[in-house]
Write a protein that binds this ligand. Structure first.
Ligand SMILES: Nc1ncnc2c1ncn2[C@@H]1O[C@H](COP(=O)(O)OP(=O)(O)O)[C@@H](O)[C@H]1O
Ligand SMILES: [Mg+2]
Ligand SMILES: [Zn+2]
Length: 316
């Protein structure tokens, strides 16, 4: 016999315990988590190896250094790099919070991190997942993790326009894409695909970053234009997008990534630091979080999500 779901299920129209009811309940949890996060940034690109994870990590660390509350979520489920880049080798464990959520890992006081890798028994085990499972994992990353109040959630995506960015676009309606490209023509052609993807899923684009733009010689500190630079800026102009800046190729960025000491964590002054900082300033300008009104942490606890219950639509 069907019974009513009561008030906690999120939908009285479903049968308690049914798959639909579970989805409705998860939707409530997702809305509650997202309602406490001011800005969501999806770092994406059409191509692998252009520096998405590097940009994600440094944007997250840079914003956290400025005093913002930041979350970094790795949704590159097949090739999670974030914990390696941050040298966070612990496993995710610890007590659930009183509302039954999993505490994320903490890089420092201001930066919370979540990666599938930190939940795995064996990091070298390949992950063989298809679309629906990936979709579910990402939904759980949002619904079941105690992100708390955040100014920014930075989401590191795998290359391309597959299940992961698609799930993010569908689940986080107000996420904005930060598209990373390199100056070469092939990468620029790939970026066009990312831009078209964003149009298709109606995700706003925060802007474009041109990574590996010019090489800083470690001997004389001069910039050498190994690839034609400026393509990213031109592309941004062509598509009417904001250009967020260019980051040079710097051997120290590679070492930083490999050693798990992210570039911006060192605090050393250099042209590359200046480039990252200029990019951060643009992000801050586009997505201001300072002095804004407090987050709407009051959640209705029903399917209406944060901001309170809408009695017109809800009969909870
Ligand atoms: N600006 C840069 N200068 C030098 N090396 C970089 C730079 N950006 C990224 N890299 C290196 O390039 C490789 C790929 O970067 P990664 O961030 O993993 O790319 P993606 O996430 O797009 O696959 C890494 O070894 C990284 O350290
Ligand atoms: Mg990556
Ligand atoms: Zn030189």
């Amino acid at each position: 016999m069907e019974k009513s779901c009561g008030s906690s299920c999120g939908s009285k129209k479903q049968t308690c315990g049914s798959a639909d009811a579970a989805v409705a309940q998860q939707n409530v949890a997702i809305d509650q988590s997202l309602g406490r996060i001011r800005h969501k940034i999806l770092v994406m690109s059409g191509k692998g190896g252009v520096g998405k994870s590097t940009v994600s990590v440094n944007v997250a660390i840079g914003l956290a250094k400025k005093g913002y509350k930041v979350g970094l979520m790795d949704v590159d489920l097949h090739g999670p790099d974030i914990v390696r880049m941050l040298n966070m080798h612990g496993r995710m464990e610890g007590e659930l919070t009183k509302d039954g959520k999993m505490p994320p890992m903490r890089y420092n006081e201001n930066l919370k991190v979540m990666s599938l890798e930190s939940m795995m028994e064996n990091r070298d085990e390949p992950i063989i997942w298809r679309g629906p499972l990936k979709n579910q994992a990402i939904r759980q990353f949002i619904a079941d993790v105690a992100w708390g109040d955040l100014d920014y959630l930075v989401i590191d995506a795998p290359p391309g326009t597959g299940d992961e960015p698609m799930t993010v676009a569908h689940t986080i309606k107000d996420a904005k894409a930060l598209v990373v490209t390199t100056p070469q023509q092939v990468a620029l052609a790939d970026v066009r695909k990312s831009i078209n993807f964003c149009k298709h899923v109606k995700m706003a684009i925060l802007g474009l970053v041109e990574n590996m733009s010019g090489f800083i010689c470690p001997h004389c500190n001069k910039t050498v234009e190994i690839f034609k630079t400026g393509g990213g800026e031109q592309l941004a102009r062509e598509f009417g997008l904001k250009f967020l800046g260019r980051i040079p190729v710097d051997p120290k960025v590679v070492t930083a990534g490999d050693d798990g000491t992210p570039y911006l964590s060192s605090g050393a002054a250099s042209q590359t630091t200046a480039a990252f900082e200029a990019m951060l300033a643009r992000v801050e300008e586009e997505l201001p979080a300072k002095g804004s009104i407090p987050l709407a942490t009051v959640s209705s606890g029903c399917a209406c999500g944060p901001g309170g219950c809408d009695p017109q639509k809800c009969n909870c």
